[in-house]
Design a protein around this ligand. Structure first.
Ligand code: HPA
Ligand code: ZN
Length: 350
């Protein structure tokens, strides 16, 4: 950590949070579909939506829990049919990410949401991969894909999905587990995750968003994940918090998502400061930014605004954690850390 972080005045924090380089590690690309783009793609593809207008769709974004969100999120994804649709969706995200000084992004995608509607796996992966390649070439963002299995479906369906995706193995770096958490514990997917590890894929899983700390433990012990997505309910088990800190197991925390889905009543009540103070490798991410009211910088800004105990040292730690937790070579992490140091040096009083 650079010296004199405590001398950076609080009023400089928003600018610093915006301009510091950062990695985004928990972003569902289908959750970046803005209502305007949903309507444009619906028109382009002749899909009829159950909403009369952009405004009517946006008005439906009043969620009470994870499931109430997922129902609308899967409906929104129904407009994605062609390779160009997947490209356009991801490109729109990358343009916003570049504006937020994201230098590296690992994007989740939900192939089963599309293949179940008859969209070929190739269409999904090739469209997304094309956008990742162009983001690197034109925006300087390093980007990769993580294939998520829907946990409300069977392990057999996950195996079939993996089989369909293997011809495109070079286009994704890992697998994850998302969708409805309660009643679908990680161990349901033990065998398919074992196969993925054998294939050399990185493995992550959503756990401890709505599910209990025991789901975080089984994600670690049974699925042998390298990161926990969300994980905020770990604080209910002090022994688990100690273990996560000892193992430097990253948690990809999504503050605006947590408030929108009523995991926390208010941002002021979010446990991010407690996670950081416990020495956890926590990161800040946007989850489904089109649905939850903001992209990654908005997550940083609103979290720091609501939690005055968060300071410049925490901002530094969160950005440094995002690089530490990334699935990239050490040399890339070192280069981004240097960029981070320069961003903080520019804010030092002289
Ligand atoms: N949790 C679980 N599944 C999801 C989420 C989430 O926050 N976003 C998209 N799919
Ligand atoms: Zn998520």
């Amino acid at each position: 950590m650079p010296p004199n972080l405590d001398q950076i005045p609080r009023e400089r924090l928003p600018a610093l949070l915006r301009t510091m380089p950062k990695a985004e590690l928990h972003l569902h690309i289908e959750g970046s579909l803005e209502p305007e783009l949903i309507f444009r793609l619906a028109q382009r593809n002749g899909v009829t939506l159950p909403y009369a207008s952009v405004e009517a769709l946006r008005a439906a974004y009043a969620f009470t829990d994870l499931q109430s969100f997922l129902d609308i999120y899967y409906a929104g994804a129904s407009v994605l049919l062609k390779e160009a649709d997947f490209f356009d969706m991801a490109w729109a995200y990358f343009e916003r990410a570049a504006a937020d000084h994201v230098v590296h992004a690992e994007l989740f995608f939900d192939p089963q949401t599309h293949t179940e509607r008859g969209v070929p796996m190739e269409t999904v992966i090739v469209g997304l991969e094309h956008a990742c390649r162009r983001a690197h070439a034109e925006l300087g963002i390093s980007a990769s894909l993580i294939l998520c299995f829907l946990r409300h479906l069977s392990e057999e369906a996950a195996f079939a999905t993996l089989e369909q995706a293997l011809p495109y193995r070079r286009h994704f770096i890992g697998v994850g587990l998302d969708s409805s958490e309660r009643g679908h514990p990680p161990e349901k997917f033990a065998r398919v995750f074992a196969k993925c590890r054998d294939l050399g894929l990185h493995v992550v899983a959503h756990a401890g968003e709505e599910g209990p700390p025991a789901y975080i433990e089984s994600a670690l012990d049974v699925l042998k994940v390298e990161r926990i997505d969300h994980g905020v309910r770990c604080v209910e088990s002090p022994a688990l918090v100690q273990r996560l800190a000892r193992e430097r197991m990253p948690l990809t925390v999504c503050p605006l998502s947590n408030v929108k889905l009523c995991v926390f009543e208010t941002m002021a009540g979010h446990n991010l400061p407690a996670l950081l103070d416990a020495g956890l490798c926590a990161t800040v991410n946007s989850d489904d930014p089109a649905y939850f009211g903001g992209y990654i910088n908005e997550n940083f800004i609103q979290t720091f605004e609501a939690l005055p105990q968060l300071n410049a040292a925490h901002a530094w730690q969160l950005a440094a954690n995002s690089f530490e937790a990334s699935f990239v070579p050490e040399a890339d992490k070192a280069a981004w850390r240097h960029e981070l140091e320069r961003a903080f040096e520019a804010e030092q009083p002289r």
